[in-house]
Design a protein around this ligand. Structure first.
Ligand code: G6P
Length: 362
C-alpha cells in the first residue's frame, strides 16, 4: 500500500524518521535564516515574545518534554521566565498568571484536544498565543495568533522522534531571536551550532549496530529500566523513558539524578538497567556519583556521555556539541534503544498498543 512506498527501504517509519533528523535540522537552518545568514522570524512573533513578562508553554507527551528543553533556552538566552505545563492539568487547574503572559503551544499534530482546551480558554481571557507545530493548517495553528512551522515532514510513527528534535531546534532559534530583539549579547550562534548538531546526528544514526548491541546487553530481558540525568540531561531522561515505555512496554521512568535516592532507589535490584546521561560539565561529577550509588546496589548502569566528559567505563560517547543543544544528540541513542528493544520483543514499533498518533479527545 501507499505507506509501504513512503517507507522506502525502511522496515519501520520510526527508524526512517530517526534517520531523517539531520536533514530536518538542515531544513530548519535554511527555513529560519535569510540570504545574509540572519535569523528570519515573523516580526509579530518577535514583538509578542518581547512584550511577554512570562511565557507559559502548554503541551502533551513528547511535545511537553521538548517544552522542558525550550524553557532552558528562553530563560538562559532571552531572560524571560517560563513555566511548562501539561495541557490536561493546566486546563482545569490554572496557576496564577502573570500580567502579560504569552502562551506557546507545542504540538506535532496541532490537533491535541487537551492543548486545544487550554487555547480556547486563554483566548477567551484575551491572551496571545503562538503555536509551534508540524502542521501549519491544523486547529492549534489556525486558532492561535502566530505559528512557527517545524518543517519536519510528515511524522507517521506514533512514537515521536524527529518532531521532538525539530521542536527543540525551533525553540532555540526563537530564544535567540528574542534575545536579539531585546538587545541581549549572546556568545551563541544557533545556526552554526545546529549545523554541528546535524553532523553529530549523522554520526549517531550511523552507529545503529552499537546501539542494537547495547540494547541486547542492557534491555534484553528486563521488565523495567531507569533513566537518570541532571539539568538538561534530566529533561532528556524523561523523553528516553517515554520512548521505551511507548513502544517496548518496558516499565521505564526518568529521574533527576539526585532524586532517585529519595525513594525510587528501593527498586534497584541485581541487574536493573539504569541509563545515565552525562553531557553537562557542571554536573558531571554529581551524576557520576549517582551512577556509583545505583551500581553499589546491583544496577547494570549504561553511561552515555559527551566527548570531553567521558570516562573509560562509559558505554557510549556522543560527539561534542554546544552544551545547550545536547538534548538534540543525547536523545538519538535513546530513540534507537527504544526502537531495538521494541523490535527484539516483536512489538508493533510504529503502532504501539493503546496509543494514537494524535489524541483528539480530552
Ligand atoms: C499522543 C502521541 C504522542 C505525542 C502526544 C502529543 O499521545 O502518541 O507521541 O507526543 O500525543 O501530540 P502532539 O501532536 O500535540 O505533539
Amino acid at each position: 500500500d501507499a505507506s509501504d512506498i513512503e517507507k522506502g527501504t525502511y522496515s519501520h517509519f520510526m527508524l526512517k524518521e530517526i534517520d531523517e533528523q539531520p536533514i530536518v535540522m538542515r531544513k530548519i537552518i535554511n527555513e529560519y535564516q535569510n540570504e545574509n545568514n540572519e535569523l528570519k522570524l515573523d516580526g509579530d512573533i518577535r514583538q509578542a515574545m518581547k512584550a511577554a513578562d512570562r511565557i507559559y508553554i502548554i503541551a502533551a507527551g513528547t511535545s511537553y518534554h521538548a517544552g522542558l528543553v525550550g524553557k532552558e533556552f528562553i530563560e538562559k538566552l532571552a531572560k524571560i521566565p517560563v513555566e511548562v505545563h501539561v495541557a490536561s492539568e493546566f486546563s482545569y487547574n490554572m496557576p496564577l498568571l502573570s500580567e502579560k503572559p504569552l502562551f506557546i503551544f507545542i504540538s506535532q499534530s496541532g490537533e491535541t484536544a487537551d492543548s486545544r482546551a487550554v487555547l480556547v480558554k486563554i483566548k477567551e481571557m484575551g491572551y496571545p498565543a503562538l503555536t509551534i507545530t508540524n502542521v501549519p493548517g491544523s486547529t492549534l495553528s489556525r486558532e492561535a495568533d502566530y505559528t512557527l512551522h517545524l518543517h519536519a515532514g510528515p511524522e507517521i510513527a506514533v512514537a515521536s522522534t524527529k518532531a521532538y528534535t525539530a521542536q527543540i531546534a525551533v525553540l532555540a532559534i526563537l530564544a535567540v531571536d528574542t534575545a536579539n530583539a531585546k538587545g541581549i549579547e549572546l556568545d551563541f550562534d544557533p545556526m552554526q551550532e545546529l549545523a554541528i548538531v546535524a553532523n553529530a546526528m549523522e554520526v549517531l544514526t550511523a552507529q545503529k549496530e552499537t546501539i542494537e548491541q547495547l540494547t541486547r546487553d542492557y534491555l534484553a530481558t528486563t521488565r523495567n529500566a531507569f533513566f537518570i540525568g541532571r539539568s538538561a540531561d534530566y529533561n532528556v531522561s524523561l523523553e528516553g523513558a517515554l520512548k521505551l515505555k511507548e513502544i517496548s512496554y518496558i516499565q521505564a521512568e526518568g529521574f533527576a539524578g539526585g532524586e532517585l535516592k529519595h525513594g525510587t532507589i528501593a527498586l534497584i535490584e541485581e541487574g536493573t538497567p539504569v541509563i545515565a546521561l552525562a553531557t553537562q560539565e557542571n554536573v558531571n561529577y554529581s551524576i557520576r556519583g549517582n551512577v556509583q550509588e545505583v551500581v553499589a546496589r546491583g544496577a547494570n548502569a549504561m553511561v552515555i556521555s559527551m566527548k570531553g566528559l567521558e570516562q573509560d567505563e562509559d558505554a557510549f560517547v556522543l560527539p561534542h556539541v554546544h552544551e545547550l543543544l545536547t538534548p538534540l544528540v543525547s536523545v538519538v541513542p535513546l530513540q534507537l534503544l527504544a526502537y531495538y528493544a521494541a523490535l527484539h520483543r516483536d512489538c508493533d514499533v510504529d503502532k504501539p498498543r493503546n496509543l494514537a498518533k494524535s489524541v483528539t479527545v480530552e
